[in-house]
Design a protein around this ligand. Structure first.
Ligand SMILES: CC(C)(COP(=O)(O)OP(=O)(O)OC[C@H]1O[C@@H](n2cnc3c(N)ncnc32)[C@H](O)[C@@H]1OP(=O)(O)O)[C@@H](O)C(=O)NCCC(=O)NCCS
Length: 172
C-alpha cells in the first residue's frame, strides 16, 4: 500500500536511506526538512504495517519542471515492481501538479535505477562529473517529457490533451 509520508515516518525512512545509500545518505535534518517542505511530495510504501519504501518529488504548482528527489526500497522487497510503482506515483504527482518535464540525477554506477528510468521513458541529458562524494562517481542527469509519458494502463496523451506549441517560460 502506498500513502503520503507523515512526519512520524522519519525514523523508518532514515533506516531505509542509510541502508540504501551507505556512503552518501542524507542527514536526518535534511530529510525532516524535505518531508515538511510544501513544495515536496513524499510517499511511503507499506507492507504488513511496515514502511518498506519511500520516494519524493518536488513539483511546485504552475512551474513546468519537477524533480524526483529520491527513491528507495528495503532490499528485501526489491525486484518485484514496487520501485516502478513508486516512481510512477511520483511522476503522476508531478503531472497532476501541472509539470511538463520531470528531471532526476542517478549515479553512473547504479545500473538498476538507470534501467528503471530508461524503461519508464527518461532520457539522458548529460553528466555532472564526480558529483557524488566521497565516492567521486558521476551523476547522470535524466529527463522525462510528461506530454508523451503514458504509464501502463493509460493511453498516451493525444496532441490535443498533451499540449502543443512552445513551452511557456524559458527554464531550460
Ligand atoms: C532502484 C530501485 C528503487 C528499483 O526498485 P525495484 O523494486 O528493485 O525495481 P522494479 O522491480 O520495480 O524493476 C524496475 C526496473 O528496474 C530494473 N531492475 C530491477 N532490478 C534489477 C536488477 N536486479 N538488475 C538490473 N535491472 C533491474 C529493470 O529495468 C526493471 O524493469 P523490468 O522489471 O521491466 O525488467 C531499488 O532497486 C532500490 O531501492 N535501490 C537502492 C536505492 C536506489 O538506488 N535508488 C535510486 C536512486 S537514483
Amino acid at each position: 500500500m502506498m500513502r503520503p509520508a507523515a512526519p512520524s515516518d522519519l525514523g523508518a525512512i532514515m533506516a531505509l536511506e542509510r541502508a540504501s545509500f551507505p556512503t552518501d545518505a542524507w542527514s536526518e535534518t535534511m530529510m525532516r526538512e524535505e518531508l515538511a517542505s510544501t513544495h515536496a511530495h513524499y510517499v511511503v510504501m507499506e507492507e504488513a504495517g511496515r514502511v518498506v519504501g519511500y520516494g519524493g518529488v518536488r513539483a511546485a504548482r504552475g512551474l513546468p519542471d519537477a524533480d524526483i528527489q529520491t527513491l528507495a526500497l528495503d532490499p528485501q522487497v526489491r525486484g518485484r515492481g514496487q520501485g516502478r510503482a513508486l516512481l510512477r506515483a511520483l511522476v503522476g504527482h508531478a503531472r497532476d501538479s501541472g509539470a511538463k518535464k520531470v528531471f532526476l540525477e542517478v549515479r553512473a554506477d547504479n545500473s538498476v535505477a538507470h534501467s528503471l528510468y530508461v524503461s519508464e521513458g527518461f532520457g539522458e541529458l548529460g553528466r555532472r562529473p564526480r558529483y557524488y562524494q566521497p565516492d567521486g562517481v558521476d551523476a547522470i542527469v535524466m529527463a522525462l517529457d510528461l506530454r508523451t509519458w503514458a504509464p501502463q494502463g493509460e493511453a498516451a496523451p493525444t496532441p490535443a490533451e498533451g499540449g502543443r506549441g512552445p513551452r511557456e517560460g524559458a527554464s531550460g
